[in-house]
Design a protein around this ligand. Structure first.
Ligand code: DMJ
Length: 453
């Protein structure tokens, strides 16, 4: 019903545009997608399919066939377009078998290739998909590319090679690995900034939240998606977790475990909402952890889930802030006004879903249900679902955006949390960072090449 409400209103007020403004009941355009249109449609395809919303899936597919157009003069974010559009099209293809999705995914993948035309092959953050000219975010340290952006192409590009028969996609992302492996890493950590021309790190800022997050996720998932043949990805993941544990993970005096940010050796005792995905990641990786560490990785996941639940529980609206702190006498609370917002993000629910699947402790469903009630009470409006400007306030001030990831991730993870484990079982499916499921590429199905490229 939540999906239906979000979808119906998008359809009614913003059909074909990127996102919905649920208060003003009109379209919302984000410059992340340039003038590529239909982000909500492409992001929602697999959720509609999984929820068996057949009519809606059909109309979404027809829109893609007739209207999804990449021949536009647009400067786009390579990362955002990859995780939402390429990812959404790939999973729609794998679930439905409809050729149009495969064709469009490969067509879009080809448009993204000029982003890799840099001296090192580390891609630009922004690309004009007509001219093929790329550049980086003007705010990024020393003209750098961003770890979480160039490190979150791997799963999609491996599948693009698999589905197109063209090895170029996998080669591009394997080269990113090579560049990273050649570099010295401070204390074994990966800084968020890497200059694509010099191949040197920018500022030594390390984060498992924004700017870093899904790089780590994709190391683990690359290994899982390769049917556990990608040994390089595996090693990079477990080595990184070791360094994160030593240098970033701390416990508050009240006993809450958190993942701090690292700035040139100094810790900032702040954890972002985005960082909360790591609970699920640690638990998902527990199985492959060095022999004596499996239980420990599940425990890390459980502790992060508990802390993130506290960050929700300690607000008035029972929805978590964008970032919360462990200093100045507070624990798991946002202290700065510009960190008190909630934009329908999925990461905490994502972690509940992984923890539920991997432990079956009923508290994760209870916590998920608390989030449903809070979303219904504070974010649901006549025209869809909206983010909130201050989750500590008595009254909702809505930000008037229904993010496309609310349909692709937040609602999908909630649905999976309350479904049986055999719906998209983890042995067969790996979720990209926008919650789009990709099948594991079996080593005995002749996929050795992609897996090892
Ligand atoms: C999504 O686009 C993805 O989950 C990404 O990895 C991080 N940001 C949003 C959701 O918060």
């Amino acid at each position: 019903q939540m999906m239906k409400h979000a979808w119906d209103n998008y359809k009614r007020y913003a059909w074909g545009l990127n996102e919905l403004k649920p208060i003003s009941k009109q379209g919302h355009s984000s410059n992340l997608f340039g003038n590529i249109q239909g982000a909500t449609i492409v992001d929602a395809l697999d959720t509609l399919y999984i929820m068996e919303m057949k009519e809606e899936f059909k109309e979404a597919k027809e829109w893609v066939e007739k209207n999804l157009d990449f021949n536009v003069n647009a400067e786009i974010s390579v990362f955002e377009v990859n995780i939402r559009f390429v990812g959404g099209l790939l999973s729609a293809y794998y679930l439905s078998g409809e050729e149009v999705f495969r064709k469009k995914a490969v067509e879009l993948g080809e448009k993204l290739l000029p982003a890799f035309n840099t001296p090192t092959g580390i891609p630009w953050a922004l690309l004009n998909i007509k001219s093929g000219i790329g550049r980086n975010w003007p705010w990024a340290s020393g003209g750098s590319s961003i770890l979480a952006e160039f490190g979150t192409l791997h799963l999609e590009f491996v599948h693009l090679s698999h589905l197109s028969g063209n090895p170029v996609f996998a080669e591009k992302v394997m080269n990113i690995r090579k560049v990273l492996n050649r570099l010295d890493k401070p204390e074994g950590l990966y800084p968020n900034y890497l200059n694509p021309s010099s191949g040197q790190w920018g500022q030594h800022h390390v984060s498992i939240g924004g700017l870093g997050d899904s790089f780590y996720e994709y190391l683990l998932k690359a290994w899982l998606m390769s049917d556990k043949t990608d040994e390089d990805g595996k090693k990079m993941y477990y080595d990184a977790v070791q360094a994160i544990e030593t240098h970033l993970i701390r416990k508050s005096s009240g006993g809450l475990m958190y993942i701090a940010e690292w700035k040139g050796g100094l810790l900032e005792h702040k954890m972002g909402h985005l960082t909360c995905f790591a609970g699920g990641m640690f638990a998902l990786g527990a199985d492959g952890a060095p022999s004596d560490k499996t239980g420990h990785h599940i425990e890390l996941g459980a502790e992060i889930a508990r802390t993130c639940h506290e960050s929700y529980d300690r607000t008035r609206m029972k929805l978590g802030p964008e970032a919360f702190r462990f200093d100045g006498g507070v624990e798991a609370i946002a202290t700065r006004q510009n960190e008190k917002y909630y934009i329908l993000r999925p990461e905490v629910i994502e972690t509940y879903m992984y923890m539920w699947r991997l432990t079956h402790d009923p508290k994760y469903r209870q916590w998920g249900w608390e989030a449903v009630e809070a979303l219904e009470k504070h974010c649901r409006v006549d025209g869809g679902y909206s983010g909130i400007r201050d989750v500590y306030n008595n009254h909702e001030s809505h930000d008037d955006v229904q993010q496309s990831f609310f349909l692709s991730e937040t609602l999908k993870y909630l649905y999976l949390l309350f479904s049986e484990d055999d719906l998209l079982p983890f042995e067969h499916w790996v979720f990209n960072t926008e919650a789009h499921p990709f099948p594991v590429l079996r080593k005995d199905d002749g996929n050795k090449e992609e897996n090892q490229k």
